[in-house]
Ligand binder design. Structure first.
Ligand SMILES: [Zn+2]
Length: 416
């Protein structure tokens, strides 16, 4: 329950013009990036701020535990109570980054939990259940459909066992997520295989010297560099990351750096082709997707797609740009056709069956709930064009201007 002062502070920090700018900036990219870690506060906040606010990407933080085995600099809460506290901190930190969260563990009663410090990745995987954490990651890839996955930590000696286990699982799950024979029960729930286009390891030790990795990091194949600062706030992207990290108050996070970090070196472990930009070799925006559609045999099907109502509903001023970017001849478009296969709109409320313990509603389901009919219309031709043109590893995301954290199915966690 927020106090009056909390409410005032939150309102003051979120002027409408800022919310509008942040929402419109999402229209500049169709890419989704997922950052994996083992605890709330493992996310690479500065880098994610750059990817989200500087490049317009959708950002997802995948976290395996609630951090209930960690320290607490605020008070006496331990185990389940601390996990609840840190989950809330993570939610607020993600809100500051305009990021979504995927929880892969559900507190001390779940096998995937923070059982305290560990030096062994295999031991951690044995306690979590290796198949269990991998299956949950495969499900996360198929639901959230990231183009790019980046763990925060390396799986090397000296590193925290939870971090090592999460990085190993994140890489293992990539091949399985694309395999139509893996976890067929996912498909019964409406998911489809997903091939992550790029998988990067951090090309620096210890996730930023937090831990003492005993072997050197892999060589950097790409360095994400922040040129300038956030045009809206004037703050550096690293500082925007610290705005977010300050919500991890129980971990004493949130620092003022005289010299903000401006470069994040990465090592491309899985992915094709040379690159000088993290967005290279991917259809990274609506213009590139439109060109892809126009050059493929699926272009006629794409021209039958009805006007896209989503951004203009929220932001009428965005509609001219949206139409210009995506629909070269909107007036020649036939009237909207209703598909017999389309499911009826369910008033934005998911059925109980969609909200199981480790299942969040898929993005397609979420899009359908918010904008019925639209996501099916845009996904089908894009998918067809992708498979015909060699982009089969890329399934561009429909752009969402806004997705509240409360729309996610975060299962309740019991204190112990
Ligand atoms: Zn950690």
């Amino acid at each position: 329950m927020l106090t009056a002062r909390n409410r005032l502070a939150r309102r003051k920090s979120r002027p409408a013009i800022v919310a509008l700018h942040r929402a419109l900036s999402r229209l500049t990219s169709t890419l989704t990036v997922m950052n994996t870690g083992a605890h709330p506060d493992d996310e690479q906040s500065g880098m994610l701020a750059l990817l989200r606010f500087g490049m317009g990407m959708r950002v997802i933080v995948a976290c395996s535990t609630r951090g209930e085995g960690g320290q607490n600099t605020l008070g006496p809460e331990r185990t389940g109570a601390l996990g609840i506290l840190r989950s809330r901190e993570m939610e607020e930190a993600a809100r500051e980054l305009d990021a979504d969260i995927v929880w892969l563990g559900h507190g001390p009663d779940d096998a995937v939990h923070d059982f305290g410090f560990s030096k062994s990745g295999p031991d951690t995987l044995a306690r979590w259940g290796k198949d269990r954490i991998i299956e949950r990651l495969v499900r996360a890839y198929r639901q959230e459909r990231p183009d790019i996955v980046i763990p925060t930590f390396l799986d090397v000696p000296g590193q925290h066992g939870h971090h090592r286990a999460m990085t190993e699982a994140a890489e293992t799950a990539i091949a399985l997520a694309a395999d139509p024979a893996a976890y067929p029960e996912h498909f019964a729930a409406g998911l489809t295989p997903r091939r992550v286009a790029k998988y990067y390891l951090p090309a620096r030790s210890g996730g930023g010297d937090t831990y003492d990795d005993e072997v050197p990091p892999p060589p950097a194949t790409l360095t994400i560099t922040a040129s300038g600062s956030d045009p809206l706030t004037g703050a550096s992207y690293d500082t925007l990351g610290e705005f977010s990290r300050a919500y991890h108050a129980s971990q004493n996070m949130g620092h003022w750096r005289a010299e903000p970090q401006t470069a994040w070196p990465l090592h491309l472990k899985l992915g094709d082709g040379a690159e000088d930009d993290i967005r290279a070799n991917l259809p990274a925006n609506l213009t590139e997707i439109a060109a892809l559609l126009a050059s493929s045999a699926a272009a006629p099907a794409a021209r039958q797609t009805p006007p896209l109502p989503m951004p203009s509903r929220l932001f009428p001023m965005a509609r001219p740009l949206w139409v210009r970017w995506t629909l070269p001849n909107p007036r020649s478009r036939p009237p909207k056709r209703r598909s017999r296969n389309r499911k009826p709109h369910r008033s934005g409320i998911a059925s109980r069956a969609n909200w199981s313990r480790s299942t969040q509603p898929s993005l397609r389901q979420a899009d359908s709930m918010f904008w019925p009919g639209w996501s099916q219309q845009i996904w089908r031709p894009v998918a067809a064009a992708s498979s015909r043109s060699g982009w089969e590893n890329v399934m561009p995301q429909p752009v969402r201007c806004w997705r509240p954290i409360s729309a996610q199915a975060t299962p309740p966690m019991k204190a112990r």
